[in-house]
Design a protein around this ligand. Structure first.
Ligand code: SF4
Length: 472
């Protein structure tokens, strides 16, 4: 059992963030709250009550034929002329009989603090209410590419099925205007994630600084090789998190999975180490993490990368499934993931107070059964998530989701041609989202493990209430 640690939560109150050693648990139930019930006065113990002691207690034990659990002590107490039995656990203490300080959510947050395998929709109830009322509302989060090309050729890359075009990127002026519109609309976060490598667009740094000024959180998933260290302070100060797409823990694996030079592995590792140091030296809050996209070619790298992350001092190492297209163009066999559960569990044991290692179980194990899938079949029937979590392509074109990039039926607009504010408030935007809800068969038209999965399941549950909802 973990040792209780005292910390301060976000409201400034003291909390216990792990299970206190004296907490009531399944094998040691009970509570310590004092109520108005009559409490048996345990000072009136039958003489020699403890088991093993002679006299009255021994006789009582014999006559009642009580069964003693291992390690237990049995005591007898007199109250109002009757004798009662109390089974005493040897671990109980009497000197700290204080109210239970176990704070469930804080405890659970400790290792789940990033919620990699889930969603955070309940923290945006205003947007959910707007959706329920049929109003127009801004996305909570946008995943967007900044380019449509890359400097590596990772084996698992989804972008290869999204018409990559060398040199194509969102123009600086359009990007900054779009960021301003996001601020005006109340978009809460933007992840420079998807399509090509974001650091190939030199405007990524200024876009980040501008977004912070406007109150929009930003993040980035990058292969890190071209990360401009001259802008490290800007990024670590103004970005909420930076994630390195690294699916290897050593040079050989890196060459194999990323199809890149072994020397690039060394360079990347040193860059991450330097960023962690800058962050710590300057007290920047930016979370720095590693992400592995799991494919059979990197199964042998899982533990090595978990160790590497701990050694580098990053905040987390997350392992996710490889998303395939609906035509299985990358060739992922979800059933094959079922064989690697033990390795993933072992990797998670490398977590510590300051370092989270976590697999996205609900998606990786989609070939079995999870809260989201059974045998790769979704546990929801409609996609309502796209207006909450929008995706924008690295050429500036807007579609409801990444897997639908380049599908003209779902094309919404282009941030080079139109203000993003007008796009979101316009009719075409909502026509397309409604088309997704009404026409897309998520079981046939969509590939396993799309980005909106967790959000979709949550919204589906909200839209499809069980009976007797008032009996909460
Ligand atoms: S369920 Fe289908 S339409 Fe909806 S976001 Fe996922 S891939 Fe796109």
């Amino acid at each position: 059992m973990s040792k209780p640690t005292r910390e301060t939560n976000r409201f400034g109150n003291d909390v216990v963030t792990s299970i206190p050693s004296d907490a009531a648990l399944a094998d040691k139930p009970g509570h310590k709250l004092r109520t108005s019930n009559t409490i048996v006065d345990r000072t009136v113990e039958v003489e020699g009550s403890s088991v093993g002691a002679p006299a009255a207690a021994e006789q009582l034990l014999d006559s009642t034929k009580l069964k003693k659990l291992e390690g237990q002590e049995i005591k007898f107490y007199k109250e109002a002329g009757q004798v009662g039995v109390v089974r005493v656990d040897p671990t109980w203490k009497t000197d700290d009989q204080i109210p239970n300080l176990f704070t469930g959510p804080s405890y659970r947050n400790k290792h789940e603090r990033f919620r990699f395998d889930g969603h955070k929709m309940m923290h945006h109830l205003d947007r959910i209410a707007a959706w329920q009322k049929g109003e127009k509302f801004a996305p909570i989060h946008i995943d967007m590419g900044l380019t449509k090309f890359c400097n590596t050729a990772c084996l698992y890359c989804y972008a290869v099925v999204q018409n990559m075009t060398r040199g194509t990127m969102i123009e600086r002026e359009a990007l900054l205007r779009y960021i301003e519109d996001c601020g005006k609309l109340g978009v809460r976060s933007i992840g420079f994630i998807g399509d090509g490598e974001p650091t190939l667009n030199p405007a990524v740094y200024d876009a980040t600084v501008l977004a912070r000024k406007l109150g929009v959180d930003t993040s980035m998933a990058t292969n890190g090789l071209l990360f401009d260290m001259d802008r490290a302070h800007d990024m670590l100060r103004d970005m909420t998190w930076i994630r390195f797409n690294l699916s290897a823990g050593e040079r050989d694996g890196f060459q194999r999975v990323h199809q890149s030079k072994a020397s690039n592995f060394d360079e990347l590792v040193e860059k991450i180490r330097a960023l962690v140091k800058i962050k710590k030296d300057n007290g920047y809050k930016c979370t720095i993490g590693l992400q592995m996209v799991l494919i059979p070619e990197c199964y042998d790298q899982v533990i090595k990368e978990a160790q590497l992350g701990a050694e580098l001092g990053v905040d987390y190492f997350v392992i996710k499934q490889c998303s395939d297209s609906e035509y299985k163009e990358i060739g992922i066999d979800y059933k094959d993931y079922l064989s690697i559960a033990d390795v993933l569990k072992e990797a998670e044991t490398y977590s510590n107070e300051n370092y989270v290692v976590q697999a996205k179980w609900d998606k990786i194990m989609a070939g079995g059964e999870t809260p989201l899938y059974k045998d790769g079949y979704r546990k929801y029937d409609q996609c309502h998530g796209t207006p909450f979590l929008l995706q924008v392509s690295g050429n500036g074109k807007i579609y409801p989701c990444g897997p639908f990039f380049n599908k003209e039926r779902f094309y919404i607009g282009d941030i080079h041609d139109q203000s993003f504010f007008d796009i979101v408030m316009g009719d075409r935007y909502w026509e397309v989202h409604n088309d997704v809800v009404n026409s897309v068969d998520v079981h046939k038209d969509c590939a396993v493990g799309c980005r909106q999965d967790y959000v979709n399941k949550f919204l589906w549950d909200l839209k499809s209430p069980p009976e007797h909802i008032n009996f909460i």
